[in-house]
Design a protein around this ligand. Sequence first.
Ligand SMILES: Nc1nc2c(ncn2[C@@H]2O[C@H](COP(=O)(O)OP(=O)(O)OP(=O)(O)O)[C@@H](O)[C@H]2O)c(=O)[nH]1
Length: 924
Amino acid sequence: MTDTKNPGEKTVGVGQGGQGGKTLTLKRPVEQGVVRQSFSHGRSKSVVVEKVKRRVLGPGDKPEAPAAAPAAPQASAPAAPQAPRPAQPARPAQPQPQPQGGRPPLRTQPSPGANLSSPRPAPQGSRPGGVVLRTLTEEEARARTAALQDARLREAEERRIAEEEGRRRAEREAREKVEREAAEARKREEDARRAFDEEAKRKSEQEARKRFGEDAAAASSAASPAPSRPAQPAAAAPAATTAAAPGAPRVATPRSAQMDTEEDDRRPVRRGPGGAPARPAAPAKPTRPPAGAEKNRGRLTVVTAQSGDDERQRSVASFRRRTQRMSGHRQVETKEKIAREVTVPETISIQELANRMAERAVDVIRLLMKQGQMVKITDVIDADTAQLIAEELGHSVRRVAESDVEEGLFDTADTAEELVSRPPVVTIMGHVDHGKTSLLDAIRKANVVSGEAGGITQHIGAYQVTSPLGGKITFIDTPGHAAFTAMRARGAKVTDIVVLVVAADDGVMPQTIEAINHARAAKVPLIVAINKIDKPDAKPERVRSELLQYEVQVESLGGDTLEVEVSAKAQTNLDKLLEAITLQAEVLDLKANPDRVAEGTVIEAKLDRGRGPVATVLVQRGTLHVGDIVVAGAEFGRVRALIDDKGANVTEAGPSFPVEVLGFNGTPEAGDRLAVVESEARAREITDYRQRQKREKAAARSATVRGSLEQMMSQAKTAGRKEFPLIIKGDVSGSVEAIISSLEKLGTDEVQARIIHSGAGGVNESDVTLAETAGAAIIAFNVRANKEARDAADRAGIEIRYYNIIYDLVDDVKAAMGGLLAPVNRETMLGNAVIKEIFAVSKVGKVAGCLVTDGTVERGQHVRLIRDNVVIHEGKLATLNRFKDAVNEVRAGQECGMSFENYQDMRAGDVIECYRVEVVQRTL
Ligand SMILES: Nc1nc2c(ncn2[C@@H]2O[C@H](COP(=O)(O)OP(=O)(O)OP(=O)(O)O)[C@@H](O)[C@H]2O)c(=O)[nH]1
């Protein structure tokens, strides 16, 4: 039994706590109800709550108001799940009375976890089986009210926040949706625009192509729609500027209008997000995206704002460029490409090749790069590569030999009108001590004495004198055979006239004869100067008669060779000699063209310590100037200075004028021909070739000194020459004559021995130089060559053949001359064999098992296969085996195995004929 001692309570619950207990009610009616109380751990309990109708309240207290307040929100928001919440904040208020000492517990069944489920703090009477709640104190009531108010406020706040969030979410979702749709619309728009641009581009290209295919006149006509195209950018510009103004009229060119009509079906519908046409006022502009779409492009920048215009400008510009490009190509194509015949030497630089083709060097390099060759413009390529390139570029090629670099260097013809008389060039020749040098000096001295300007200051190897008959005479101041033949050996024909000096007291001597032969070989006229007539023992008549033996018939003896009796020492008849030279020159009618680039010959050359390489050059044609680029032999240079025979600097030198040339890069050789070329590159090309040739010649010479007789014959054969040039030297003149007559008898219609020079005595240097010049062989009978001659022969690659039996000599020459006849094949029978059986051997093929019936059978020799007396195969023996061993020959009576080269069809019973074939030279 629970008793409330609270004075405020009017109800006392009597009973044992069971349901059947009686409740003592003191007059005051009570409203009661049952509330289910929940506890922790899932426990629950029903509590009876009573509400007294009347109670004593403190002053100012309004207990009903708070009770009604929670009910109101519950009624206004029945769906709100927070209905029980107000009870929860009350919980902390529950222990509040405890600290206040003296105060009895509120409930008869105190439960720490008890929770008041009803917010109403009403006094409750005790009931059987229930819990009677005491009436709340004012403080408690206030606390509860405050808590309730707080809870209500919080709830309202939370609701407001939730609503706010919901609203924001909805807004965001709506915005995102709109953005998404806009992006999609933009994308669609972009795709459509791109597709449209592509189409427009394709169409314009097509039209351009079509237009270029049309007649040019039609294309240029103003009436045709094509010319309206260039106006399009102008029309597009205002349209672009008015693009921002909605509804502004667009200027549509005929072309765009045409395109619009053509492409309406294909053009994508350009609509804004709202679905309305974006640009209703400008439906005809295909290149402009609708404004609505632009609005939805997202970030708007100046670039994007202008992008539409740019697009169109670019499109027009690119169209124009393309048009220009195409018309440009057309121009290039219409410019007819000139196919040239390109001369290609064995090697050529890229630059030179390009020049010859009239192409750009860069194009040549590009072609080579395509073939995987990285080259520079200065690189040199071979003729094969050059040919490939030239043909790739549409040119034809003329391959030339290396020697062709000299083409056009010399001997270009002059017309008769261009030729003017020139001084003769004279060489003095003769036997030793007959007075050559004395005569040259005498002539020069006499000329100086006779008042020649300047004076002799230096010796330059050649000089000019004035003839008493007028005009100049050029003397080459290098007397003797050496200079003469050296020049001739290099192909230079310098001398116009040879003055043969014969001492009147000595008569014709061996070198006199040599000089005669040299002059004759060079087809140069002689003037005989019978020297030393001042001597008492001088016998000029004897000289005249001796010369007759050598087919030199002087004028006084009825011949056509001029002769002058002179004395170098006494300076007698020097004028007559000069007159004779002038007369002879007139007969020769020597002429040259002075108005052309110079050609000449190096008379002598030296390396001067102070001046570098110095060459004495005799100009033969044209005029040599300071500054000319000259080539001589394997050297070239730019003429730095010209010095005449009197030591004076001159600026030019005409025909037959001897002059010292300074400026060569190296020292040329006497006898080298000089030419003026147009460029240093050409000069380099020529000298490079010549230097190569020189090296090769030196190498070849050392390798082929011997056997030159045969070599000479092969040269004769290839050159189609019928003459076989020889120089015969013998111990006595009788034997020499016998040899000559024997050799002359060998001659046939095809080939003939030609004796260039013959004489008694050993082979000397002069013989060798003559042989070199004439391309002759030297035959020495019972004589030997001196050391100088041997050295010279080694250097020149001339063979000297020695004999002591005249028949051997004749036979050799006969054989060599017979070399011109085609060789024949001579057969020699070796033996026969008969095939017994045929075997098939792997890797070898068929092998014939044979028995050699007569002679021998040799490996590698020729065989004939005879079946029933008919030759069925001719070839060579490939293998020859005896048992299992390879052997070189098998004799009669022995068995062997044979196989043939490239032949398998042998049969048992066939006869094999073995023979040797020799190439036999035909003889005369
Ligand atoms: N009495 C006389 N002696 C001469 C005459 N000409 C040359 N001599 C002499 O003959 C000799 C040889 O003269 P060179 O002029 O050296 O004869 P060369 O032919 O040049 O001789 P090499 O150079 O050895 O070939 C010298 O002693 C000269 O003085 C001449 O007209 N009368």
